[in-house]
Design a protein around this ligand. Sequence first.
Ligand SMILES: [Zn+2]
Length: 60
Amino acid sequence: MTKLLMVKGVPADVCIQCGEIYYTVDAAKALESLENEVLKGSAKLTELDNAYDVPLAAAH
Ligand SMILES: [Zn+2]
């Protein structure tokens, strides 16, 4: 079963030319560490219908 991980408040940019969404380096790193926390089971998750709502700590 595939689970979706929904993360709010991720800063991202959109390419004006092709519309592709890409993350800042800080955001990408934060998502990567968050993914690791989720895999380890140490992240605090709020289960929604078919997704998880994860509070993302502010990236510094
Ligand atoms: Zn582009």
